[in-house]
Design a protein around this ligand. Structure first.
Ligand SMILES: O=C(O)CCC(=O)C(=O)O
Length: 331
């Protein structure tokens, strides 16, 4: 498991290496018990109406700017020392609570990639995610696809589910991450991740903090079309932009707001990328803990692709048989 010690004992080289290879690392004792209690109190201090009924909610989506700001300041204040010692020079950008209501199957978050928040050809961004209660597969722990940050980007702007075709290809790299309250999961912003529904009796509350590498500028990508964008306007924004801006309304669903009174710095064209099974499997298996020779690795990938193809054919066949049975009135 990709756990490392208390942040005070961590060797930065080890942390960097884990993040480079796997795309994530778990740090023990990141928040103290006192900080956990304090942050829980902040979360409950006036949850805005536009969030209170959501099975899965993130506080940046609220239109209550005062609450968003209060929450973000408290999270940054309680993480600053740890981040400064682990990532000297990184900036603490926006911060939010992410919450799952109890016993809600629809609080599941499908595996997805979050949108770009810095120019990734030059800079890095990580999320620091800390549960305020212990989490496991029953109450909404995270799942990640190990090494997936090394793939080409799946989505540019607007976080998008990775469809089941791709998940089937990557299934051997999909890992559940049960965690203790106060541990921190640090993950590359490109890493594919999701979370289980919360089927427990209690709310699952977690903090999330975006940190960005020195000299980078936070960006907000505004799509020309919310469902199938062909280009994005790039807005260079302040580090706390998402706390001060109402970027989507409840009624608009996936649609986002264009910031008023601001000029975009550039426009980027976008085409949803397609991946072959081989490209995905080659990238994910290419890591230093894999000691197989090139030949053995290639054979394993070829066998995996063969099995995946058969599974796909069987899946399609099952669909056809179901339709046929329905047609002749048996089912
Ligand atoms: O809190 C969670 O369950 C996952 C949050 C997250 O990673 C996201 O919103 O992309």
């Amino acid at each position: 498991m990709n756990r490392i010690n208390n942040f005070k004992n961590i060797k930065l080289k080890d942390l960097e290496q884990k993040l480079e290879i796997d795309g994530y690392a778990i740090i023990d004792d990141f928040l103290t018990q006192q900080q956990i209690e304090k942050l829980t109190e902040v979360y409950y201090s006036g949850i805005p109406k536009d969030l209170s009924n959501k099975p899965f909610m993130y506080t940046t989506a609220s239109s209550n700017l005062a609450y968003k700001k209060k929450v973000a300041l408290a999270i940054r204040d309680n993480c600053r020392n740890q981040i400064n010692s682990l990532f000297p020079e990184y900036r603490l950008a926006y911060a939010l609570f992410v919450n799952k209501k109890p016993q809600r199957k629809d609080s599941e978050l499908k595996v997805h990639q979050d949108w770009s928040i810095v120019d990734e050809s030059l800079f890095k961004a990580y999320y620091v995610w800390c549960p305020l209660t212990d989490v496991d597969e029953n109450n909404g722990c995270l799942q990640v696809i190990k090494g997936s940050h090394r793939l080409r980007r799946f989505v540019e702007g607007g976080s998008t589910d990775i469809d089941s075709h791709y998940i089937r290809i990557m299934k051997n790299y999909l890992i559940s991450l049960p965690m203790k309250a106060g541990q921190a999961l640090i993950f590359n912003q490109r890493l594919l991740h999701g979370s289980f529904p919360n089927m427990s009796e209690k709310e699952r509350i977690a903090t999330n903090l975006a940190i960005i590498s020195p000299n980078s500028t936070l960006i907000y990508l505004y799509p020309d079309n919310p469902v199938s964008p062909t280009q994005f306007e790039v807005f260079e924004v302040e580090d706390d932009f998402f706390e001060n801006f109402v970027f989507a309304s409840k009624e608009m669903g996936r649609e986002l707001f264009r910031p008023e009174n601001r000029e975009s710095s550039t426009t980027i064209k976008y085409e949803h990328p397609l991946f072959t099974k081989r490209e995905i499997l080659e990238t994910l298996s290419d890591n230093p803990s894999n000691t197989d020779s090139i030949l053995i690795r290639n054979i394993k990938i070829t066998v995996d692709i063969f099995v995946l193809n058969i599974e796909e054919q069987l899946f399609n066949l099952k669909g056809i048989i179901k339709q046929l049975l329905k047609y002749i009135g048996i089912k």
